[in-house]
Design a protein around this ligand. Structure first.
Ligand code: BJW
Length: 248
């Protein structure tokens, strides 16, 4: 662990770990802005992840998310997810709290936390989850889905259709997640950002909320992100390789 980070961790009471697609890359899940592979290489994810795409081409959007859901279910958490889950457990014993705010919709932080015995209540999925699907009529969410889907989009039992319970561009983040994030950001002492390009708001602005709260800030990212120069420490590298030795 770097000496500086070690001191910051010792001094912090409330720690936020913010993650993006980069943390799951080493599990085999493509990041959002790296080129899409195979079947989907002709599409831009920014075009598919919108309410307009769902209105125009629900079959295509439903197929894309079903395909991603199947892939995610076949992937495992990697040493980066595991290091964060172990950090949560370590912090709890040390009288500190680590809150994981993740933009990822793959559920891998939950799986790593469950496996390690960390508190899943401190993992907040701010862009929803592609493991849950929501009825367009009643907004009721379900995890219980056929595999494979017999049709696209899937009709719901209530006369609507099932769409992935993720946050598309132009949609509001879940209120409970926003409220929890705001609460944690108001008293954060150490803010660690991992594997996110910093392109998407409101999450990209949270670094500045953390700085306003007086937090020390660190980034771990493969490539420079939008705001690399704003962090107190910005490390280049792969999360799964760096985090196990960076975090206690
Ligand atoms: C590694 C690595 C390894 C690789 N180790 N690192 C203010 C200003 C301007 C615009 C807006 C604004 N406020 C709102 C907006 C509009 C919009 C927005 O932000 N647009 C921008 C493009 C400018 N935001 C919204 O619409 C949000 N809603 C909202 O604000 O509601 C209020 C409102 C409503 C109406 C009008 C106005 C306001 C909603 C945003 C929802 C984002 N949804 C998505 C899709 C989720 C579902 C799905 O997965 O399909 O979320 S978009 C996509 O981007 C996904 C991700 O969570 C998100 C962030 O991406 P992330 O995680 O950073 O991934 P990448 O690929 O970009 O980066 C990966 C990084 O990892 C890279 O840097 C690599 O180097 C690194 N890496 N391997 C470490 N092994």
């Amino acid at each position: 662990m770097s000496d500086q980070l070690k001191t910051w961790i010792e001094q912090a009471k409330n720690i936020i770990v913010l993650t993006g697609a980069g943390i799951s890359a080493e599990s085999g899940i493509p990041t959002f802005r790296d080129a899409l592979e195979g079947l989907w290489s002709n599409y831009s994810p920014e075009e598919l992840a919108t309410p307009e795409a769902w209105q125009r081409q629900p079959e295509l959007v439903s197929k894309w998310y079903e395909d991603r859901r199947e892939k995610v279910l076949a992937c495992e958490p990697n040493p980066g997810h595991e290091a964060i889950a172990n950090f949560q457990i370590w912090a709890e014993h040390a009288g500190k709290r680590v809150t994981v705010l993740t933009q990822n919709v793959d559920g891998l932080h939950f799986r790593a936390a469950e496996k390690a015995g960390a508190n899943t209540a401190d993992i907040i999925e701010v862009h929803g989850s592609l493991l849950r699907w929501r009825c367009t009529k009643t907004q009721k969410e379900t995890l219980d889905l056929p595999s494979p889907f017999p049709q696209h989009p899937l009709p719901s039992a209530d006369g609507g259709f099932l769409r992935p319970a993720v946050v598309w561009f132009g949609e509001f983040l879940p209120e409970a997640a926003l409220k929890r994030a705001a609460e944690e950001l108001s008293h954060v002492d150490l803010f660690i950002s991992i594997g996110t390009s910093g392109n998407v708001y409101p999450v990209a602005g949270w670094l500045f909320d953390a700085k306003r709260a007086g937090a020390k800030t660190m980034e771990v990212n493969r490539d420079p992100s939008q705001f690399s120069s704003e962090f107190d420490i910005s490390l280049r590298g792969k999360a799964g390789e760096l985090l196990p030795s960076l975090l206690p």
